[in-house]
Design a protein around this ligand. Sequence first.
Ligand SMILES: Cc1cc2nc3c(=O)[nH]c(=O)nc-3n(C[C@H](O)[C@H](O)[C@H](O)COP(=O)(O)OP(=O)(O)OC[C@H]3O[C@@H](n4cnc5c(N)ncnc54)[C@H](O)[C@@H]3O)c2cc1C
Ligand code: FES
Length: 280
Amino acid sequence: MKVDKLQNYPDLKHRPRIVKIQDVKEETSTVKSITFRDDQCSKGKPGQFVMIWIPRIDEVPMTLSLIGRDAASGATVRKRGEATNALCAMKKGDQIGVRGPYGTYFTVDEEAKLLLVGGGTGIAALAPLIELPIMRRNDLTIVVGARTKTELIYLNRFKALHPAKAMRLIATTDDGSYGVKGLASSIVNTLLEKDKFDMVYACGPELMMKTILDAAQKMDTPVQFSLERIFKCGVGICGSCSLGPYRVCRDGPIFSGEMLQGIGEFGKTKRDSAGRIIPI
Ligand SMILES: Cc1cc2nc3c(=O)[nH]c(=O)nc-3n(C[C@H](O)[C@H](O)[C@H](O)COP(=O)(O)OP(=O)(O)OC[C@H]3O[C@@H](n4cnc5c(N)ncnc54)[C@H](O)[C@@H]3O)c2cc1C
Ligand code: FES
């Protein structure tokens, strides 16, 4: 049977598609953005993720940080362990496997006042949302947080996007080496108290998102958060990504405040790769 016919078989749709790395950009000393061409990823929606297979190493979930710009899609990868170190060491022309895009995605209304908060590489999940054409018709406040100046990413990418009057871009660093000193969640608390937003979007450390959820709920502001758990299958089968009644890969990774209501694990515990419950 011809390969193109095989790809249409339903039971093969979760096979990794082999793609060549088109470009590697160093964002910081520990973070790189890789781009590749893949038709299905080009049709992905902001917030969705792909499973990236690094041959001979592992397969890991990555949010799509670039979707279909000049036909290229991509991921922004922080070095953490074996797989992410190997991915960051790859060069233009190297091959990886991708399957997906999977999962739920961010939804957005027009003419809305929106607060978008990215902690660390969490901003990767929000970048394709911020770049949607519909965002030009919205009032945007973007908070990009990092531990220190050299770990801030995407500031220039966002500055180039929308006319300054329609977008407020706030950088925060824990050590005060750039922008506002302190945690991104602290400035978000202040912003939520001062202004009425129609939606808060966030991705980053879960403790940051828990603090933002508590503050947003006090102000009756709806939220959409991108969550992480250990993903193995990525398609709702293995259960390694369980969170309360949900499988984060299938029912998320985008969660609303209503979905998170009453889930005691959120911001407190998660499962390690062996399934043991550990504190966050
Ligand atoms: C939906 C989703 C989107 C993600 N998007 C990004 C992204 O855009 N950029 C980015 O740098 N990272 C992202 N991650 C996290 C990334 O998948 C992990 O950092 C990576 O799997 C670590 O693998 P490793 O072999 O390098 O490290 P390891 O040494 O295996 O693990 C280091 C830590 O990473 C986490 N981790 C390990 N395996 C997984 C796994 N299979 N699934 C989730 N977390 C894991 C654990 O907390 C672990 O302690 C995302 C995770 C999820 C679930
Ligand atoms: S990763 Fe297997 S069920 Fe979610």
